[in-house]
Design a protein around this ligand. Structure first.
Ligand SMILES: C[S@@+](CC[C@H](N)C(=O)[O-])C[C@H]1O[C@@H](n2cnc3c(N)ncnc32)[C@H](O)[C@@H]1O
Length: 408
């Protein structure tokens, strides 16, 4: 925090710290609302707690207490007649509406994540992944054994990727490619957006069987299935689809430690033609973090990786070293601004909810060449922005998206 801002801030007090300490309560309040589908039951109208209790098969007076909890975190409002209706933030817990984050709520407070975070102390003491310590399984093995949760995970990734796709498209021209392979592409949300925006583009999604489970239907519904192949496999074991002009890894590398990440990158490198490019879309942790929403989201995501997946968010030098160890050279990092950050910057939302919304997400799309020796110098337009920092315009955050850099 700048000195001037520090001087103007009120002195710290227990009252300002306590909401953070009790943040888990808000998480559970929101999770229970999402599980019960309260926002769907309410729709655009107002209902009494008794009506909602009947609709959800819950204990009426306890549900009323939960509804008051949703009021204080800003997701519901109570009318003068004692009925409840959703606020604009609460409406985001409805299923299958634009901007819904119901599955993200279901995933992030699911027992698997909840109990892993409850074991964070173990991870900090030992460096081990809490989820493995608690459940004896890796994250994706856990999903494979819990198909319902895997479906929630895939939908949650779809919800998150819907925020990211417009920002990626806004700052990177995919029309230069004929074929894109989205490695760990899940439901195909990002690839679908790339294909929709670039009619000349064809694509392939590669992911585990549980990851691609909904991809075909998703792409068919979007009218894109004829330009897209869906390939299921394991990127630690199987050969990746070869010959793509671009290989995309979005929110994949941060799931893994350096050794596992290197294995994925080397697999990409083997599949890539000489002219191929690798694009990594992920947070880039700055050398020094502050309490801004962008940094908060990144750092908490890093801790989430520590506790849940065994991965990490990385700084640019860390990416550079990792990529070099797999035979890549990082070309450049370019920031992008998620549309949700622009929206949230304009909209006032309650503090306790704001802390955990997308406003802090930082994404980097890095461009690297598979064959550094073959690189052709490309002039850089403008000065690259520092990765992962809040933009000078004061917007909530910036995403970093790579563009071709001048080759050595
Ligand atoms: C965090 S999700 C990201 C999904 C998608 N790229 C996105 O951003 O929406 C990580 C993806 O990696 C996939 N994955 C995990 N282990 C894998 C493996 N061994 N082989 C292939 N895909 C894997 C998961 O199924 C999941 O879809």
């Amino acid at each position: 925090m700048p000195d001037a801002a520090r001087q103007e801030s009120p002195p710290p007090s227990g009252a300002s710290l306590f909401p953070l300490i009790a943040g888990f309560m808000a998480s559970q309040v929101i999770y229970v609302a999402a599980r019960l589908g309260l926002a769907d039951h309410l729709g655009d109208g107002a209902k009494s707690s008794d009506e909602l209790a009947r609709a959800t098969g819950t204990h009426a007076s306890s549900l009323r207490r939960l509804l008051r909890g949703l009021v204080v975190v800003g997701l519901l409002e109570e009318t003068a007649a004692g009925e409840f209706h959703v606020t604009p933030s609460g409406a985001l817990l409805r299923s299958k509406v634009p901007g819904s984050i119901r599955n993200l709520a279901l995933l992030f407070v699911d027992e698997s994540v909840w109990r892993s975070w409850g074991d964070l102390l173990h991870s900090v003491r030992t460096g081990e992944t809490a989820l493995e310590h608690v459940f004896g399984l890796g994250t994706f093995e856990y999903f494979a054994r819990n198909p319902e949760l895997a479906a929630v995970f895939n939908e949650a990734m779809t919800e998150a990727t819907r925020w990211a796709a417009p920002a990626v498209l806004a700052v990177y021209d995919f029309s230069r490619f004929r074929t894109v392979v989205d490695v760990g592409g899940g439901n195909g949300t990002l690839l679908g957006a790339l294909l929709a925006a670039n009619p000349g583009l064809r694509g392939t999604i590669f992911d585990l069987p549980s990851g691609v489970a909904g991809a075909r239907s998703h792409l068919e519904a979007a009218g894109l299935a004829d330009r897209c192949e869906v390939v299921s496999g394991d990127f630690f074991v199987d050969i990746l689809p070869s010959g793509g002009d671009a290989y995309v890894l979005k929110s994949v590398i941060h799931d893994w430690d350096d050794d596992r990440s290197r294995a994925i990158l080397e697999n990409c490198r083997r599949a890539m033609p000489a002219h191929g490019r690798l694009l990594i879309i992920e947070p880039v942790v700055p050398a020094k973090v502050d309490g801004s929403p962008a940094h908060r989201m990144m750092v908490l995501s890093d801790l989430n990786m520590l506790a849940v997946t065994g991965g990490r968010e990385r700084t640019e030098p860390e990416f550079r070293v990792l990529l070099a160890s797999a035979g890549f050279r990082l070309a450049r990092v370019v920031p992008a601004q998620p549309s949700s950050a622009r929206r949230n910057a304009r909209r006032s939302v309650p503090l306790v909810v704001t802390r955990w919304t997308v406003t802090g997400t930082v994404v980097a799309l890095r461009t690297v060449r598979a064959r550094p020796a073959l690189m052709v110098p490309i002039p850089v337009a403008g000065k690259p922005t520092e990765p992962g920092v809040i933009s000078s315009s004061g917007a909530a955050d910036s995403w970093n998206v790579a563009a071709p850099a001048t080759a050595k």
